[in-house]
Design a binder for this molecule. Structure first.
Ligand SMILES: *[C@@H]1O[C@H](CO)[C@@H](O)[C@H](O)[C@H]1NC(C)=O
Ligand SMILES: *[C@@H]1O[C@H](CO)[C@@H](O)[C@H](O)[C@H]1NC(C)=O
Ligand SMILES: *[C@@H]1O[C@H](CO)[C@@H](O)[C@H](O)[C@H]1NC(C)=O
Length: 513
């Protein structure tokens, strides 16, 4: 045991310089300036976040305007559901849902409730629209569908009346079996590729706590990664309206706006044509990885796993404990694989953080060095170029922020080793601002949590927004809601749900209370 330990230490000491293989140097020394903030118009982090949030309910409630269109496939043997008030089986284009709890909302008692269960008999090729794309609202969620249906964003058509016309246009021109909108599958042909498994007349749902509880709850299953897994997406053909090469006209309309207000409305005609042309190049079969073999979903998730929890802890250490010392330990851990011994031996002095540039570079390129090589890039689709840029820009800013803090900690310790960084309120405040800025820039919705966490088994953490609480669409404060009364003292929220479902229920919910 002991021998191994010393041997390990010896090896670590010998390998104190990073040797990078197979690398095509694409960036000059200027790129490793620790003080250079990302451009306000850069969108790599937005592509990174939207792509790694696809088919997850929570982030797509928070940012309910869609920005991504991705082809995907629903495998053979997958169950789909359709609820209605009569036993008639649709024959034309009609909606289905991946969860029966959702389908059931559409056969609310006291009218008869019929639940149709379908099963796919072959892989269904679907086109998925992210955001809260099943909600017919004029202020954003329909933008990307409008573009594909009519070649323009038409907010006045965000009504139930236009729903089937929009679907017809997309089905007739795009060559897919269905449009995937949130957890709703708009089938282009109710009899092709699916067969009826059962048609059941169901008894009433329990009225306590209220008939829509199950619906609300089923969305929670798909809140976070991996989200809805019954649709497999081919990321090598993802189209993003945050792609500034494909859609440059949106750069100026986003400028200065909060992310929640980013829309596709305002896109120019040239860019619309470019997007439509790109949609036409989507192959008719599932492509999970291109010739490069890179699994983008896994690559993205691996990066999120590295930083999600630890950045959150870092922030809380700086906010709650004001402890630079603890924060420094965390930063050292976060940068573990990149803290080159050669950068700190001999110890740097003064106040210049430039000594940390090799650490920054090693950290920022670790996940992309392979993909960055010319021979690998030669195999990429245009979408993969976008995905690579997204990883590169996101990683770079995470690393720049962390490495700069690390370098400041190293310099402070060199100046005054006895201090052990504690207490240093000035540095604590500075680092806290930096971590806040980084996390805000990344915008990962997994950090929007109920705090303190919901602990009772009958509680769940609920993010207000569409469709259950329209009036709170821009809330960033989720809350614990209880299954049973008292509903955490939030009557106005329940009033929101009541108003929404009152239309279908004819007042039945209200009278039940
Ligand atoms: C639906 O598919 C069936 C079976 O393939 C076909 O006969 C029918 O014409 C299709 N309907 C439409 C509207 O395309
Ligand atoms: C960002 O975009 C705006 C609007 O198009 C433009 O005025 C500005 O110069 C751009 N800034 C940078 C740093 O590119
Ligand atoms: C939410 O949106 C409303 C307008 O719809 C606005 O007045 C309010 O300031 C926004 N709140 C936040 C937290 O952005």
């Amino acid at each position: 045991m002991q021998l191994n330990f010393w041997l390990l230490l010896l090896l670590l000491t010998i390998n104190s310089n990073a040797v990078q293989f197979n690398q095509v140097p694409l960036v000059g020394p200027d790129d490793w300036n620790l003080n250079a903030l990302p451009s306000p118009n850069a969108t790599g982090h937005l592509v990174f976040d939207t792509i790694s949030s696809l088919l997850q309910h929570w982030p797509n409630t928070r940012y309910h305007y869609g920005h991504t269109i991705v082809p995907g496939t629903i495998p053979t043997g997958t169950l789909l559901y359709h609820g209605r008030n009569d036993p008639e089986v649709p024959t034309g284009r009609e909606w289905a849902a991946t969860d029966s709890e959702f389908a059931r909302v559409f056969c609310v008692e006291p009218v008869e409730c019929w639940l149709l269960t379908l099963v796919t008999t072959r892989p269904l090729r679907v086109l998925y629209f992210d955001g809260s794309s099943a909600n017919k609202m004029p202020d954003g969620p329909m933008d990307t569908q409008d573009l594909l249906a009519w070649g323009a964003v038409l907010p006045e058509r965000a009504t139930v009346e236009w729903e089937y016309e929009r679907l017809n246009r997309m089905c007739d021109t795009l060559g897919f079996d269905a449009m995937q909108l949130n957890f709703e599958v708009m089938l282009c042909n109710f009899t092709d590729g699916v067969q009826i498994q059962t048609l059941s007349k169901l008894e009433e749902e329990p009225r306590f706590p209220h008939p829509t509880y199950a619906t609300f709850h089923s969305s929670v299953w798909h809140d976070h990664s991996p989200g809805e897994t019954r649709i497999r997406l081919d990321l090598p053909h993802a189209i993003s309206f945050y792609d500034t090469v494909l859609v440059p006209s949106l750069v100026s309309s986003r400028y200065g706006k909060a992310r929640r207000d980013h829309r596709v409305l305002g896109i120019d005609e040239r860019d619309v044509l470019a997007v439509l042309a790109r949609v036409r190049t989507i192959p008719s079969h599932l492509v999970l990885s291109s010739n490069s073999g890179i699994d983008w979903r896994t690559l993205f998730q691996g990066i999120r796993d590295r930083y999600t929890i630890r950045l959150d802890v870092l922030q809380s250490v700086l906010v709650e404990d004001n402890s630079v010392q603890r924060a420094f330990v965390l930063i050292q851990t976060l940068l573990g694989p990149y803290r080159l011994r050669s950068a700190v031996v001999p110890p740097p002095s003064g106040s210049d953080t430039a000594f940390a540039a090799p650490v920054f570079r090693l950290c920022a390129t670790a996940h992309t060095l392979f993909a960055d090589s010319e021979s690998v890039q030669a195999t990429f689709t245009e979408s993969e170029q976008l995905l690579l840029t997204a990883v590169r820009e996101t990683d770079k800013e995470i690393c720049r922020t962390l490495v700069r803090m690390w370098a400041e900690g190293v310099l402070a310790l060199t100046r005054d080793p006895a201090s052990a960084l504690s207490p240093d309120l000035r540095l604590a405040r500075k680092w806290r601002a930096e971590v806040d800025r980084l996390m805000d820039w990344l915008g990962w919705s997994v950090w929007v949590q109920c705090r303190p966490a919901c602990t009772a088994p009958q509680e769940s953490c609920y993010l207000p927004g569409v469709p259950f609480s329209m009036e709170e669409w821009n809330s960033t404060t989720p809350r614990c809601v209880r299954l049973f009364e008292p509903y955490a003292g939030l009557p106005e929220w329940y009033a929101g749900i009541f108003a929404y479902f009152f239309l279908w229920d004819g007042g039945g919910i209200l009278t039940a209370f």
